[in-house]
Ligand binder design. Structure first.
Ligand SMILES: Nc1ncnc2c1ncn2[C@@H]1O[C@H](COP(=O)(O)OP(=O)(O)O)[C@@H](O)[C@H]1O
Ligand SMILES: [Mg+2]
Length: 350
């Protein structure tokens, strides 16, 4: 449905005469399929929101291309943008900030219905509002339709935001950390709702998250992002149960629910990750590390990793990993089991 190739965004930063750029997103490929959820997983600052904003046409691309149903999605002018937004809707992290507090649910949904479906009135409009609220399981609809956002819980607000998006009858939903600001107890309900929309309406969903455990639960496929680059892709079950890239292993091992994810994936328990010191910090994106961007934090990095950017190598079953360990280079690194903080190449040194 929505295909991105070589998605790249560099933000210029600095004052007059300073020519620096933030390499927020670099050469990312993504594919959103009808009736399917793709998770994009990564730490804060890895470029997830920038990817969503590029796909939503809220930012111009530095390089790359976005295709919607096979056609170049680049929009020029307000009319083309409206047509695009009708098909590709976005849901934001903060349901408190994304709903205007001075308007009722009725006003918020009516506005979206009229923008995307024309000037419905009276019984027809009322039926549309009821149907939207029922779709997001805010029933009976009349209990919610005249409420203000502050009278609703966080989960109910996010449901209203989703209903507002559905008023466009979109083919694609871009959900940027839609549950991360909600109470843990209601997160599952929102994910179940999105799953239901995927199944019943055949919507293609981009699910952005920093929580790889929720990607396993909710997404059909998962793409792992680090410092603006794709590290690993594959079906969510395999990526989370048998991660190939050292960064994915780190994410999985330090996930909040180690029991659920097997605990010692890649030979590392969550405790070992903390002790080994490979946790570390994401790199500066103004002057990103050469070679593999993960190499400064990677316990297995060798010279090759510091010099050359790895391709996304085929690691079987429709999976890929951007790690030289999966290449046939003679000077490739070897991913081993490890429990100490010593780097693989330091161990080998005399
Ligand atoms: N408008 C901007 N100008 C400069 N830098 C930006 C801008 N928006 C995002 N960035 C930078 O791009 C990088 C990726 O940001 P973002 O996409 O928000 O990451 P995430 O959503 O994964 O936390 C960060 O280093 C961020 O500071
Ligand atoms: Mg973000």
């Amino acid at each position: 449905m929505l295909v991105a190739t070589g998605l790249t965004k560099h933000f210029p930063v600095g004052g007059v005469g300073v020519r620096k750029v933030v390499h927020a997103v670099d050469g990312v490929d993504l594919e959103l399929r009808r009736g399917s959820v793709l998770a994009v997983v990564g730490e804060s600052g890895s470029g997830k929101s920038t990817v969503a904003r590029l796909l939503a046409q809220l930012l111009p691309l530095t390089a790359g291309q976005v295709l919607l149903d096979g056609h170049d999605a680049r929009v020029r002018g307000r009319k083309a943008f409206r047509r695009y937004v009708k098909r590709v809707q976005m849901i934001f992290q903060d349901p408190f900030g994304s709903l205007n507090p001075v308007h009722t649910v009725r006003y918020i949904l009516t506005r979206s219905v009229r923008i995307h479906r024309g000037r419905l009135r009276g019984a027809e409009l009322e039926a549309a509002l009821t149907e939207l609220l029922e779709r997001v399981h805010l029933t009976p609809a009349e209990r919610y339709v005249d409420s203000y956002p502050h009278e609703l819980s966080g989960g109910q607000r996010q449901r209203v935001a989703i209903a507002r998006a559905l008023a466009a009858d979109p083919e694609v939903l871009l959900a940027d950390e839609p549950i991360s600001m909600l109470d843990v107890s209601i997160r599952l309900g929102i994910l179940n709702l999105l799953q239901d929309l995927r199944d019943r309406l055949g919507i293609a969903i981009l699910y952005i998250t920093h929580d790889i455990a929720s990607a396993r639960y909710f997404a059909d496929r998962t793409t792992v992002l680090y410092a603006g680059r794709v590290m690993e892709t594959g079906d969510s079950e395999s990526v989370t149960q048998d991660p190939k890239h050292p960064y994915t292993r780190l994410l999985v091992a330090s996930a909040p629910d180690p029991d659920d994810l097997g605990g010692t994936v890649g030979g590392l328990t969550a405790g070992e990750v903390r002790e080994s010191g490979i946790g570390g910090e994401p790199p500066s994106l103004i002057d990103p590390p050469p070679g593999c961007r993960f190499h400064p934090r990677c316990p297995f990095a060798v010279d090759l990793c510091r010099r050359e950017v790895p391709d996304l190598f085929d690691v079987g079953a429709g999976r890929t990993a951007a790690c030289w360990a999966y290449s046939d280079r003679g000077d490739r690194p070897v991913i081993g089991q490890r429990t100490t903080g010593v780097r693989a190449d330091e161990e080998a040194a005399p």
